[in-house]
Each structure stands twice: as structure tokens, then as C-alpha cells.
Ligand binder design. Structure first.
Ligand code: HEM
Length: 119
């Protein structure tokens, strides 16, 4: 299960850490440039891969630790669904920057619930 948790945390690191780097270092410097759009597009597709890894590894951990009836996991999964929809809309409507903030806040809440769940 260590490899599964390692992959879960790496995927979380890309998804949440990537947002932090975009907010703190990339957007303030490259806002509105073609490079900015290219970087955001690549991060968007990387995020879809990271979310897939999180779902696969999270499912394995939820089964291994018998957590499917856990209310904390249910709330977390609802937020993961919300995050997935917001990321999908954001890839199609990149100019809707309010979605950046919404995805970031939901991501932080998911990480909190993940840590609360962890053994
Ligand atoms: C955006 C998506 C997600 C993020 C950011 C995320 C993040 C995390 C984090 C940070 C932990 C704590 C790991 C540790 O401290 O060892 C965790 C644990 C966990 N996650 Fe996720 N997770 C996500 C999606 C999922 C999904 C989709 C599932 C289930 C289908 C899931 C199931 C679990 C379970 C069961 C644990 C607890 C493992 C244990 O009992 O130690 N996660 N998650």
C-alpha cells in the first residue's frame, strides 16, 4: 500500500502544488501572454492525468482500509466530483478566472479531508 499512497501523494502534489506555483510565480509574471496560455493548457491536461491517478489509488486505499462507508470519504468524493467538473469547465472556458479560485479552495478542502482520513 506504500506505493499506492506514494502515487496518491505525488498526484496530489502535482494538482495542488501546481496551482500554488501558478498563483505565486507564473500568473503574476506571465498574465495574458501566449506562454501563459500554453503553460495553463499543459497544466490542465496534466491535472486530468493527476485526477485519474488520484481516483485509481484512492479507490485502492478506500478498499484496502475498508473506508467506503466513511462519511469523511463521502464528503471528500463529493468535492473531488466538484473539482473534476470545475477543471473540465475551466479547460473549455479558460477566460473564466473565477474558476481558478474555486478549484483552488475545493482542492485545499480535499487535501484536508484526505489527511483527516489517513492512517
Ligand atoms: C483531488 C483529489 C484528491 C486529493 C487531493 C487527495 C488527497 C489525499 C491526501 C493528501 C491524503 C492523505 C494521505 C496520507 O497522509 O497518507 C489522502 C488519503 C486518502 N485518500 Fe485521497 N485524495 C484525492 C482523491 C481521492 C479519491 C478520488 C479517493 C477515493 C476514491 C481517495 C481516497 C483516499 C483514502 C481512502 C485516503 C486515506 C488512506 C488511509 O486510510 O491512510 N482520495 N488523499
Amino acid at each position: 500500500m506504500t506505493v499506492v499512497r506514494w502515487l496518491h501523494l505525488l498526484a496530489m502534489g502535482f494538482f495542488v502544488g501546481g496551482q500554488l506555483v501558478l498563483v505565486a510565480a507564473v500568473v503574476p509574471v506571465a498574465r495574458g501572454t501566449e506562454q501563459m496560455r500554453a503553460m495553463a493548457r499543459r497544466f490542465g491536461y496534466g491535472t486530468l492525468v493527476a485526477l485519474a491517478v488520484l481516483v485509481v489509488t484512492g479507490t485502492q486505499m478506500a478498499s484496502y482500509y475498508h473506508r467506503w462507508s466513511d462519511g469523511t470519504l463521502h464528503v471528500k468524493l463529493a468535492l473531488v466530483a466538484v473539482a473534476g467538473v470545475l477543471v473540465g469547465v475551466h479547460i473549455r472556458r479558460p477566460a473564466w478566472h473565477v474558476l481558478d479560485g474555486a478549484i483552488f479552495v475545493v482542492s485545499l478542502a480535499i487535501v484536508w479531508l484526505g489527511v483527516a482520513l489517513a492512517h
